[in-house]
Design a protein around this ligand. Sequence first.
Ligand SMILES: [Zn+2]
Length: 780
Amino acid sequence: MRLRRLVLLAAVAAVAWPAIPTPESHFGHRMGEDRKLIGWDKVVTYFQALAKTSDRIVVRELGKTTLGRPFLAAWISQAGTLKQLEQYRQIQKKLADPRKTGEAEAAKLILQGKAVVMITCSIHSTEVASTHTAVEFAHRMLTESSPRLNAILDNVIFILVPSLNPDGVDIVRDWYLKTLGTPYEGSSQPELYHKYVGHDNNRDWYMFSQAETRLTIEKLHNAWHPQIVYDVHQQGPNASRMFIPPWLDPIEPNIDPLIAQMCNYIGLGMAMDLTAAGKKGIVVNASYDFWTPARHYQAYHGGLRILSETASARLASPVNIRPEEINQTAPGYNPRERSWNYLEPWMGGEWRLRDIVDYQIIAWESCLYQTALRRQDMLRNFYQIGQRAVARTTPYAFLIPLEQRDPGSARKLLETLAFGLVEIEKTAESYLIRMQQPYSGWAKALLEKQDYPDLRLYPGGPPKRPYDVTAHTLPMLMGVDVKPVMSWAAPSAMAADYTFPAKPLSAGNGDTWKEVNRIWSRGASLWRNPQTGDFSARPGAGLIEKKRPKVGLYRSFMPSMDEGWSRWILEEFGFAYQSVKNPEIVAGRLRARYDAIIFPDQSPSAIHNGYRPGSMPPEYVGGLGETGAQALLEFARAGGTLVFLNDSTDYAIGHLGVPLKNVISGVPSRDFYCPGSLLRVRLDEKHPLAHGLPAEIAIWSEGSPAWEVTSGSSTRTIARYVDSGVLASGWLLGEKYLAGRSSLVEVPMGQGRIVLFGMRPQYRAQSYQAVKLLFNSLLL
Ligand SMILES: [Zn+2]
């Protein structure tokens, strides 16, 4: 009887696990087929179906994306491991903090634990392949049995994020379907693929401004402390087929050498496995450097940053590359020649979405398999990296005095550090960040000045271009007073009475934080009345009431990330605005609707000409043209304020007749180069634009214009580069071109004005100090 019952239960159990659906049965086609892209809703239902049919996968919704889609992660491992996920997470947590976990306990945990590898897909939504690879690879992990896959399941907890930007999966797919079979098939969509930040969504990993970044950091990185975070990307079609680390120099100095060494090791192993599988065109130590923390949070939190960049097709449409179309140069290698780091050049041919999926599957399996083979070493090294961090003695600490010119910014800085697991104590006068903690390298990287190395193509030659920007000094960006303490006389006497809440007051950029930021406090410029939306400005003693300005923000059909960041920052600080597109400007009579119109950082040609005829469907073609320029001049003459940011200032000079010359235009890069750095300017404190700001600040410059203003001209300089010591943080060649030149000017125009910013005052929602200049310009 008893035996029969058991048999019956077994039969019921078998019924409860229906067959694991194949990608083909769920999506109606194989992954990576020509001209087929998958949408997010079906990805979600597929992963849910996997979770219902296999005990090797757990799927969780971590929260909602910016546009409200479910944001998913899957945990894949042996069923027995998944049943004890929380226990394994606790092991990770203990190994992450050597202050609490001694060597003997760590040795035991290293034997028991699993290595945690996280693979994240399609943060850049036009790099479409990896979400498809995620579907196929997850299915393989649950259904196939091979010594390699079994080793992975036995030794690794694999966290798979099928997309870091689900909204973009659909934005790109919708555009692809709309243009499929037309002359525009495979073109880029005429909007940002992330609502606010587009491609810059992987430049947000220390400021954490966007919903997807915050979910990934809080629920995955900080909760799981992965030993490896592998971010899957695609590059242009005309050089190597796939890049994998080792990284190019420079490596940011606060990244532990062991992290960089392990990146080299795992990356070379992946390259070996791809070559063994017959895949050509694999390059290492090329194109991508290991500098800005905006792209690699994990590298300061005990985890390797593995990146792969596979050559793209035209979304899901194949391309055919001719040998003469292969690039002749690339950073770190020659795409047409064999070298130690590019052993089998790929010299053209057909290239399609399926090729990308194939390369990625081999690379992923290799990364996971190598981790599985050296599971204990991975965990031991992870623990050791933490030991080295808590032993840091220089500097001893950073102090952030309670007394700050802008308490809102100081608070935001503290919240940002705390979100990145930095421990903050409070004394009677200061916040205190001691360096003897596991993520001291992270805090140090963000609080200190950067000295980017002077790298040249050859001695005396042009600069080697960094992959992204060169500075990330938060105290300068945010205008917060922070002091390094090189040694501490009596640290034990410094009894900390308070630890800053590890959980920010408003994890979702909620109201508490907004209210704090609306108040710029003593010496500050603005108060906003939440009921009326009006502003009060206080230059010195008196109080001036300002009506809520009617703000327009120019939005070109050619998407501009700076436009998206501008929307984000205006919304964060409670400014109402309207997006203004070409037809509205061309139609004229703008003064009746707006007090100020902002032009974000964008090229004059994008603004004036827009898309060329034939390159996009007709409704997106064209720019402001002459009629639009006349309408803008009319707006300014009738008392409106036109605000131009960074490159768009050249539009004002070229098309609106602003009588200025950009002194750095035409200067060769060997003489002048500023690839994204913080530079010192002095402000005209009497001018309303500078209200609330100190006499000298650091601004964000990325090859930004600077102007010579002749005496006697009606142009008023509000910010001027200092005469020497222009570079505050990062890299600058050719200081003499900037010294004493203007970087923020006001040009009168009839009853109104044109304001030119030779900087990005709202840079990636980081420059909390200079952004006040922008806000003030809207209230003139
Ligand atoms: Zn990318």
